[in-house]
Design a protein around this ligand. Structure first.
Ligand SMILES: [Zn+2]
Length: 642
């Protein structure tokens, strides 16, 4: 059953968990990131992203910009785009004339860097105007354009202002001309523009944009391979050594997309591509394309995903490796990749409402995506390890990318503004709708308005507690479909106090309640928040003999700050984890979990025939998303069992 996500404008968070994180993004993250993009914070990694756009605009007008140069990665523009998108969603939550004026100024600046024919990109305008569209594999021109198209759609949707939408429509027309009429075998090395063109098509109604998205998807992986056999022999310049050897998997271009069976290559590229594929499949009723999406979804979520919803297990190409290769450290699990996985999950949900998609979306959000940001909103993880040993992590040559604490910013800063935009648009992921039903995909406190004229008010302390109460305002005969998470083994659902038989009304992970809803009706969903021990498949070598603990949507970890050194700790084989009470003062408010275990003595020998002495010890676990907020210390998600 197809559906559409709701507009971000139709959801208003209250002051419960999601609302608090959104407020943090509005009040701390967005202003902080604007300062970073303007190089206004001494000691923080230089961005130069806004200055690049200013230089590009200047170069268009006066030609000579002296010794001034583009600075940063070739895709620096995309950081500005993601920031604008996050700011747009923040404005949907709360008017802020000062922020709106700032965004308007950035948009005006960006517009003044646009060429007469619609082309816009600061790197190529400043540094290499003669090389436009000559390095599709790595130059990220369409990637930057895609992000700015997403920003344009978001800002238009929230404010009604068309300036950026018009700029990016003109840019999309320029791209259409180039790739539909001239360079027709080409497609982007880093997918993103496909999903963005679909959003631009929805916002403008211009069919060309949908056709172009489909074209890029259809061309990908056709023989002869565009990147290696057509482009490479003629290119003679490189910008990036991301895939120095000929590796078509890196760009998901080994096969046409409908024939791809395994999620391969750069994990963010992969999941952005699959999101675009799922959207095109939905809008063109392409059953083969949807079937390929399902196959790739299974490849990721059944064999190549961490328990935290992280994907892409190696830093070599920031990529997927092979089935069940999920080392806890070294690991990659880029924050953007889990955000991209949320996008893919939501797009599949819009094709067919199946709880497994929403379960993974929730897993990725509440674990890896939120862990990507420090609790004060001022530091960010790019890589999200499931085990950290300071002194090894971040230091050993094999572990340099696995940092024990979040940096303030990155030279390659794709992740921080990506977190900001996904957190502030969470309402659009939490709900979707079609002609017959309104779907509750994630549980987030606040009010949501449906197309059928109902207003639903959700009160919940999820993810810390499992009671979710919806109160209806308005009257309408329709279906409300509540997701029943797979982790909730014993779920209770009542309408106006009367319990429903879940097995009679549940299909593919959603409980469907059809009735003439009346003002004041209420639905109470009680999710099973029992903390449970999880075991990995025996095929996952890294987790052999280990367990982790999950409670509701939250995966837990053990940190040194609570337990002393983590490496000598074991969980007792038959131990049952026990949730403690809510601790409002701990790590922004959490429910810690305790589990019985042991600590092994260290006899000082590297190897020894003497069995280590064990002392009983209660291990204290915290939600993974809160780790590394108390300085450098050891952390483990998967703990060995004795
Ligand atoms: Zn990233």
């Amino acid at each position: 059953m197809k559906s559409s996500r709701i507009s971000v404008k139709n959801f208003h968070a209250d002051d419960s968990f999601v609302g608090r994180v959104q407020k943090l993004v509005r009040e701390e993250v967005i202003p902080y990131q604007y300062q970073v993009l303007n190089d206004a914070l001494p000691g923080v990694e230089k961005s130069h992203a806004i200055e690049n756009i200013r230089l590009a605009a200047k170069k268009l007008r006066v030609e000579d910009i002296g010794a001034e140069e583009f600075y940063g990665f070739i895709f620096q523009d995309s950081d500005v785009a993601k920031w604008i998108e996050a700011a747009a969603y923040a404005l949907a939550a709360e008017p802020n004339p000062e922020l709106e004026k700032t965004v308007d100024d950035v948009i005006a600046l960006y517009g003044s860097s646009q060429h007469e024919n619609g082309y816009v990109n600061s790197y190529f305008t400043i540094q290499a105007p003669e090389k436009k569209w000559t390095n599709m594999r790595e130059a990220h021109e369409l990637y930057c354009a895609g992000h700015m198209m997403e920003a344009a759609v978001a800002y238009y949707e929230v404010t009604g202002k068309r300036e950026l939408l018009d700029i990016m429509s003109k840019n999309a027309d320029c791209i259409f001309e180039e790739f539909m009429h001239h360079n027709t075998a080409a497609y982007p090395g880093h997918p993103e523009v496909e999903l963005a063109l679909m959003r631009l098509w929805r916002a403008t109604g211009n069919e060309k944009y949908k056709a172009l998205a489909k074209h890029f998807i259809d061309e990908r992986g056709q023989e002869p391979n565009y990147f290696w056999k057509i482009e490479e022999p003629n290119r003679g310049w490189n910008v990036w050594s991301g895939s120095a050897e000929q590796d078509s998997d890196y760009t998901q271009s080994t096969l046409p997309v409908r024939e791809q069976k395994d999620a391969v290559g750069h994990s963010v590229r992969a999941a952005y591509l699959y999101t675009g594929m799922a959207d095109v499949a939905r809008e063109t009723e392409d059953a083969d394309l949807l079937s390929a999406c399902r196959t790739l979804w299974n490849s990721i979520t059944k064999r190549r995903m961490y328990v935290t919803g992280g994907i892409g297990s190696t830093n070599q190409g920031e990529a997927f490796t092979v089935d069940y290769d999920l080392p806890n450290d070294p690991v990659y699990a880029e924050t953007c990749a889990s955000i991209a996985l949320m996008f893919f999950a939501k797009q599949l949900l819009e094709n067919e409402h199946r709880g497994e998609y929403a379960d993974v979306m929730e897993r990725a959000f509440y674990n890896t995506v939120l862990a990507g940001m420090q609790l004060d909103g001022k530091r960010f993880f790019y890589v999200n390890p499931l085990e950290v040993i300071p002194g090894v992590s971040g230091k050993a040559v094999t572990h340099r990318h696995d940092l024990p604490v979040r940096p303030q910013w990155y030279a390659c800063a794709c992740c921080p503004p990506n977190v900001a935009r996904v957190v502030s648009s969470l309402g659009a992921y939490a709900y979707s709708e079609n002609e017959t039903a309104f779907f509750i995909d994630l549980y987030a406190g606040g009010t949501v308005v449906t197309e059928k004229g109902l207003t639903l008010t959700c009160r919940t302390e999820f993810p810390h507690y499992g009671d979710v109460r919806y109160t209806v305002s308005g009257n309408a005969e329709t279906t409300l479909a509540f997701r029943i998470p797979a982790w909730s083994e014993n779920t209770k659902l009542t309408v106006n106090g009367e319990e429903l038989a879940l097995s009679d009304i549940t299909c593919d992970g959603y409980a469907y309640i059809t009735r003439a809803w009346q003002d004041g009706d209420n639905v109470m969903l009680t999710l099973d928040m029992t903390a449970r021990v999880l075991y990995a498949s025996p095929k996952v070598a890294a987790d052999s003999g280990k367990v982790c603990v999950q409670r509701g949507a939250l995966v837990y970890c053990a940190e040194e700050a609570d337990n002393g050194e983590i490496l000598p700790l074991f969980v007792r084989e038959d131990a049952v984890p026990e949730a403690l009470g809510f601790e409002p003062e701990t790590l922004g408010g959490i429910v810690p979990v305790e589990i019985d275990g042991y600590k092994a003595e260290d006899n000082g020998m590297l190897y020894s025939a003497r069995k280590p002495k064990l002392t009983e010890k209660k291990l204290r676990l915290i939600p993974y998303y809160t780790w590394a907020n108390r300085g450098e210390n050891q952390m483990r998600v998967w703990l060995p069992v004795k």
